[in-house]
Design a protein around this ligand. Structure first.
Ligand SMILES: Nc1ncnc2c1ncn2[C@@H]1O[C@H](COP(=O)(O)OP(=O)(O)O)[C@@H](O)[C@H]1O
Ligand SMILES: [Mg+2]
Length: 114
């Protein structure tokens, strides 16, 4: 049996270990090419791996430019990963049926009047 510090965190938590995985990514990498000649690179995701289980509350925190939006866009199939793979709702990233089933609203201005 593996020592506790060698197990993935989820395996240590019996409440999540028995639940289905809703999101799982492995080695996700995104390279944006920028500049007039597209000869400059920005790499917001280098090798991103994690799982989210059904019913789990998951927080994605990081400073501006950390790659949070890029990760979400990649999960939603808006941006194609340069490398790596993932599964969302039991389908590969970018799956059209999953895109149809989900709705997102990113960076939309909200105005509230009373
Ligand atoms: N379409 C794009 N083309 C080139 N660079 C991009 C593009 N989108 C984001 N970036 C760059 O990728 C990095 C991560 O951006 P982003 O994912 O928006 O971070 P966050 O949401 O954490 O602030 C930033 O350096 C940003 O300038
Ligand atoms: Mg963002």
């Amino acid at each position: 049996m593996k020592a506790a510090d060698q197990l993935p965190l989820a395996a240590l938590n019996p409440t999540t270990a028995q639940r289905p995985i809703v999101v799982q990514v492995s080695g996700l990498k995104k390279v944006y090419r920028t500049g007039f000649w597209l000869n400059q690179k920005v790499v917001p995701l280098k090798s991103c791996s994690f799982s989210i289980f059904q019913g789990e509350t998951f927080g994605l925190l990081g400073p501006n430019g950390a790659g949070k939006t890029t990760l979400l866009k990649t999960l939603l199939g808006i941006v194609r990963p340069t490398a790596g793979q993932g599964v969302l709702l039991s389908r590969p990233l970018g799956d059209r049926a999953v895109k149809r089933a989900l709705a997102t609203c990113q960076k939309a201005p909200i105005s509230m009047t009373t």
